[in-house]
Design a protein around this ligand. Structure first.
Ligand SMILES: Nc1ncnc2c1ncn2[C@@H]1O[C@H](COP(=O)(O)OP(=O)(O)O)[C@@H](O)[C@H]1O
Ligand SMILES: [Mg+2]
Length: 402
């Protein structure tokens, strides 16, 4: 495309081609699918618990848990939508309030979240300044202003508790005793499967009156979920045989994650479209996977605290000659980096914890090995593709001001 004319030709050609993706929003994360597959049992369990609200009784609190992308949010919202439909058809005063606790500025303090809940019930609270008790009172009044059942969904509630502690859950589950007209039920949703284990036992028993688990999908189920979406998102015959299976296989590698599967399908479609391909092929899925992988690695890298970045950088600077990387060597390098970056170095023990966190994030693999009477150490392997390493190293250097 040297001159102006060829660009025009390019645009003309582009317009002549039928787009592969005809309805891209179907593959976006906030799309509510018409058909939810393989979740009949969870839908029924939640519906059965909430149904009593149609007889004006308070439903039990529910704790919903399962790994990311297992359909917790979509299923909960679907059942609530249906419940609201039935309630309004029968003139039953029912309200639902949904908050995603991962949102900053909404759920990072007890004050803010209760203010947000009050706002959802139509009462505004100043952004700061009131005593927390007073904010609770405003919320309580809003709730109890009329006879009604309110179902409160705290999605990604584990994030809330990380930030504020579990006192807030205790307070919320106890609110009913102060209500005279309204009744409050809580649905807590967590991506962290072990979240409940660490809660105060009073909170555990009151929030988890009912527990519903969402298992990961298997690859076959993911293919079916993808096929439903693909039917709407792509023009007919746009997909190469076997490419949905490939998306599903990638998405099932860690745990069957529908979000990941759908994202792969979307990015594969975009890659194919940009290349001017007539159909979306398996190789486009490979490229999509690479792209998503790279984006995630960079995103995780740049959002870590400085100390973690220094530890990660030290690990990446270890000689890549196939020798095992040991914690002790990383620690020496880390101290040099701290000196250069003006950070005060943490103890080796803390650094060892940070290495564990990097492992959890999937950036490295740190295997604990026993060295007999010399105690235990970690053998570290780097989990980043070689062609990404330089880019990540560059980013870290920049972040650390080196
Ligand atoms: N059973 C299903 N059928 C159709 N789409 C699904 C199903 N489960 C999940 N999805 C889709 O996958 C993505 C992730 O689901 P979501 O409910 O957000 O997962 P979670 O809340 O468990 O992390 C969403 O786009 C959702 O629409
Ligand atoms: Mg969710």
């Amino acid at each position: 495309m040297a001159g102006q004319l060829s660009v025009t030709d390019f645009f003309e050609d582009f317009l002549k081609k039928q787009p592969l993706l005809v309805d891209k929003k179907v593959l976006q994360s906030n799309y509510a699918p018409q058909l939810i597959l393989h979740r009949q049992s969870q839908i029924q369990q939640i519906a059965a618990i909430l149904a009593v609200s149609l007889r004006r009784e308070k439903p039990s609190n529910i704790f919903v848990y399962g790994k990311t992308g297992t359909g917790k949010t979509v299923v909960t919202q679907y059942v609530l939508m249906k419940l609201l439909e039935s309630a309004s058809a029968k003139n039953i005063p029912l309200k639902t309030v949904y908050v995603n606790c991962k949102l900053k500025k909404i759920a990072d303090t007890e004050y803010r979240i209760i203010a947000e809940l009050a706002k959802n019930l139509g009462k505004s609270v100043p952004a700061t300044g009131l005593p927390t008790d007073e904010v609770y009172n405003i919320f309580l009044k809003a709730l109890d202003s009329t006879e009604q059942i309110v179902v409160l969904v705290l999605d990604e509630v584990d994030r809330l508790v990380d930030k504020t502690g579990d006192e807030i859950l205790y307070n919320l589950t106890r609110l009913n005793s102060s209500l005279s007209k309204a009744q409050l039920s809580i649905i807590g949703i967590s991506n962290d499967v072990r979240f409940m284990e660490n809660l105060d036992s009073r909170v555990k028993s009151s929030l988890g009156e009912e527990n519903i688990v969402f298992p990961a999908y298997d690859a076959v189920q993911l293919v079916e979920i993808l096929r439903e979406r693909a039917k709407i998102a792509f023009r007919t015959n746009a997909l190469e045989e076997g490419m949905l299976e490939k998306c599903a296989a990638y998405a099932a590698r860690e745990h069957g994650d529908a979000r990941r599967a759908i994202e792969l399908l979307r990015v594969a479609g975009e890659v194919a479209e940009r290349e001017g391909s007539e159909i979306v092929k398996s190789e486009h899925v490979d490229r999509a996977e690479e792209r998503i992988e790279k984006d995630t690695v960079l995103e995780i890298t740049t959002t870590q605290p400085k100390q973690s970045q220094a530890v990660f950088y030290a690990t990446l600077l270890m000689p890549a000659d196939g020798k095992k990387i040991e914690t002790g060597n990383v620690y020496e390098k880390y101290k040099e980096i701290c000196a250069a970056a003006g950070l005060s170095p943490l103890t080796q023990r803390r650094v060892s914890d940070l290495i564990g966190e990097l492992d959890m994030l999937g950036l490295i693999n740190a295997k604990v090995v026993s060295k007999g009477r010399y105690g235990r150490t970690r053998e570290i392997y780097i989990n980043i593709q070689t062609d990404m390493r330089e880019k990540v190293q560059g980013k870290l250097k920049e972040e650390l001001g080196l």
